[in-house]
Write a protein that binds this ligand. Structure first.
Ligand code: HEM
Length: 384
């Protein structure tokens, strides 16, 4: 029933499939007053796709979250968006990413070596969290000596994105900005070491250096966008696999296609349940008139379960034929790191199945806090 929707209530936080079901049973565009400021939600696959392909009427520059923000880095609209995306995208093209495979395999092996003698370990803390942070640091040329600090900063960033009171996280986020600014300043002089950090530090637009705020903002976007999400892809995948003994055994016995299974995990358990656009003008959406300058949530979690597109959408089917899922967004803002995220997941899962074919869940662990995100921040497992 329409009025039941409560994105931040216990039931839907524990199982966002419930939100998806309620949204898909309601109007194509629904008003949601359970947040300050209130927003609208689109949930049908076609509506979400159409909206994401319409960046003139649905803007990114007011922020990806429910709160209004200023344009920063790639969270902006053309031409600013085009400039910043072009600046960083060469490092994320398929051929650049494919070169990372040996190093990713090495990181996964080292992390699993460290838990080899432990009967119980945590899939999040010991594997799914450190792997993406380490590789993104290496892509940038950022030291990897303080992963725990990075984790605290990433947590603060994602919490601020979904919070009614982002000021709560301001002090932590200011420390993160200072840290990145110091790194960038060090890269402005000296020889060009070819790292992404140096390219950002020395970027010029129309002949003028980009500002400190722009450089820091861009680095942080890439840093934060890829960590929590890829970690959640790995934990969500393993949670589903281990919740059914046969699935993990079949996966380890190579009876399941790894790419199809990753795609199904992304469809069924999207690490980002949705993100926001802001209307540039009054817009009519499925019979609802949305005023200008209003936030609209594109709910990937619901769109991925739209029965008009996916047969038996509420079934986790690792053999499902691959169809375009919306978990990485679409259009000009489509995820820059999708190739990297898929490779990270593939390498981690291949390494894990070779090393731990008899892995078991201890319990369901804990959910990540912010309502827009879906993943485990604890997932204890036992090596048999
Ligand atoms: C499973 C993991 C990931 C998921 C589910 C995910 C999801 C998304 C989504 C939904 C968007 C669209 C944002 C929008 O339309 O406003 C996006 C954009 C983006 N993602 Fe990812 N992402 C993942 C991994 C990564 C990684 C590893 C990176 C690495 C750097 C990354 C970097 C970015 C960036 C920079 C954007 C903004 C692109 C733009 O606005 O042009 N993501 N991601």
């Amino acid at each position: 029933m329409e009025s039941d929707l409560n994105l931040m209530g216990d039931e839907e936080m524990a199982n966002p499939a419930v939100s998806a079901r309620r949204l898909l049973a309601g109007p194509r565009c629904r008003y949601y007053a359970g947040f300050q400021p209130p927003f609208y939600i689109v949930s049908r696959y076609k509506d979400v796709s159409d909206l994401l392909r319409d960046p003139k009427r649905f803007l990114s520059g007011h922020g990806q979250g429910p709160n209004f923000a200023h344009p920063v880095g790639v969270v902006s609209d053309p031409p600013q968006h085009t400039f910043f995306r072009n600046l960083v995208q060469q490092d994320f093209l398929p051929r650049s990413i494919a070169r990372l495979r040996p190093r990713l395999t090495e990181i996964a092996r080292e992390l699993l070596d460290a838990v080899e003698d432990r009967e119980v370990w945590d899939l999040h803390d010991d594997l799914a969290f450190p792997l993406p942070v380490t590789i993104i640091c290496e892509i940038f040329g950022i030291p990897t000596d303080d992963l725990v600090q990075f984790k605290l900063w990433s947590d603060a960033s994602v919490a601020a994105l979904s919070s009614e009171d982002p000021a709560l996280y301001a002090a932590e986020l200011a420390r993160m900005r200072d840290y990145v600014l110091t790194l960038l300043q060090a890269k402005r002089s000296g020889s060009d070491d070819g790292t992404l950090l140096t390219r950002v530090a020395r970027a010029r637009r129309d002949g003028v250096s980009i500002s400190d705020d722009e450089a820091v903002g861009l680095v942080l976007q890439l840093f934060v966008a890829g960590n929590e999400t890829t970690t959640s892809l790995i934990t969500n995948f393993m949670w589903r696999m281990l919740s059914s003994e046969n699935l993990w055994a079949d996966f380890c016995g190579a009876r399941i296609d790894i790419d199809k299974a990753i795609n199904e995990s992304l469809r069924f358990d999207p690490p980002l349940l949705g993100l926001f656009r802001t209307t540039a003008c009054e817009v009519e959406l499925g019979g609802t008139v949305v005023p200008s300058h209003t936030k609209v949530l594109t709910h990937y979690g619901a769109a991925n379960r739209d029965p008009a597109v996916f047969d038996n959408p509420d079934v986790f089917d690792v053999h499902r034929p691959t169809r375009k899922i919306l978990s990485f967004g679409l259009g000009i803002h489509v995820c820059l790191g999708a190739e990297l995220a898929r490779l990270e997941a593939r390498v981690t899962l291949e390494t894990l199945r070779a090393r731990c074919p008899r892995l078991q869940l201890v319990d369901d662990g804990k959910r990540i806090g912010p309502f827009l995100f879906w993943g485990r921040r604890k997932l204890p497992v036992r090596n048999l």
